[in-house]
Design a protein around this ligand. Structure first.
Ligand code: AMP
Length: 230
């Protein structure tokens, strides 16, 4: 199989909420020197930023209802972060940054305009909506450092963050009613047309998202090496 042979890959990680995109994106970033770009994290940082543009902050109400945030805000936050990474000759791993066919088209246009479209590959973490629901309602977030404690750990027995000792709580948008809304908008039915779009335009590799973090990582690192020859 031919490899993409680039020092600045663009990895698009796809999968329903709770499929482990954040965890695996961090591993890819650490192992291959990529910039991890999570639009969810960028939006939560914007929410906390008291100096941010009020118009940008108003658009965050949708996130709190479990709905998708307006495209213009996603492009504004993501594209400036991607440009900055490429200025430093750093590839990127996009985590949750593309959730609709419209967004997929706009990102591909952006990559094409930057002449970096050949560096794109999509990795999909496959997980059913039922398994996603179970994982999301079980996981916890640290109220101090923002670390997500995944369903793999016995979250119900943990009283403090394993990274900083901060207090743990369910993430606001992981409440069961909000999770159901997110899975309606961002679950497998919503992902299908986006994946179909990417199948037509770039390299797409599927991975089983059900095994342990380490097992998924092993498979992902192997696929990455096969696609990028590292
Ligand atoms: P996440 O941390 O990836 O689960 O994202 C949290 C929330 O941020 C989502 O439920 C959406 O409301 C919003 N969000 C993140 N990325 C996007 C995107 N690409 N398009 C629209 N909304 C997004």
């Amino acid at each position: 199989m031919s490899t993409k042979n680039t020092n600045t890959p663009i990895i698009i990680l796809m999968g329903p909420p709770g499929s482990g995109k954040g965890t695996q994106a961090k591993k890819l970033a650490a192992e291959f020197g990529l910039k991890h770009i999570s639009t969810g994290d960028l939006l939560r940082a914007l929410d906390k930023d008291t100096a941010a543009d009020p118009g940008d902050k108003e658009a965050l109400a949708a996130m709190k209802r479990g709905e998708l945030v307006a495209d213009w805000l996603i492009y504004k936050l993501a594209f400036q972060t991607i440009r900055a990474a490429f200025k430093n000759n750093q590839g990127v791993v996009l985590d949750g940054a593309i959730r609709t066919v419209e967004q997929a088209g706009e990102y591909m246009k952006f990559f094409s305009d930057m002449s970096i479209i050949d560096q794109v590959a999509v990795f999909v973490l496959d997980l059913s909506d039922e398994e996603a629901l179970e994982r999301l309602t079980k996981r916890r977030v640290c109220t101090q450092c923002g670390e997500l404690i995944s369903w793999f750990q016995e979250t119900k027995n943990l009283t403090a963050c394993t990274t900083c000792g901060g207090t743990l709580a369910p993430r606001a948008d992981d409440a069961p009613a909000v999770v159901k809304e997110r899975l309606k908008e961002q679950g497998n039915a919503a992902l299908a047309p986006v994946l179909a779009y990417f199948e037509q335009h770039t390299t797409v590799k599927h991975l089983d998202g059900r095994p342990t973090i380490d097992k998924v990582w092993e498979a992902l690192a192997k696929e990455y090496a096969a696609v990028f020859g590292n």
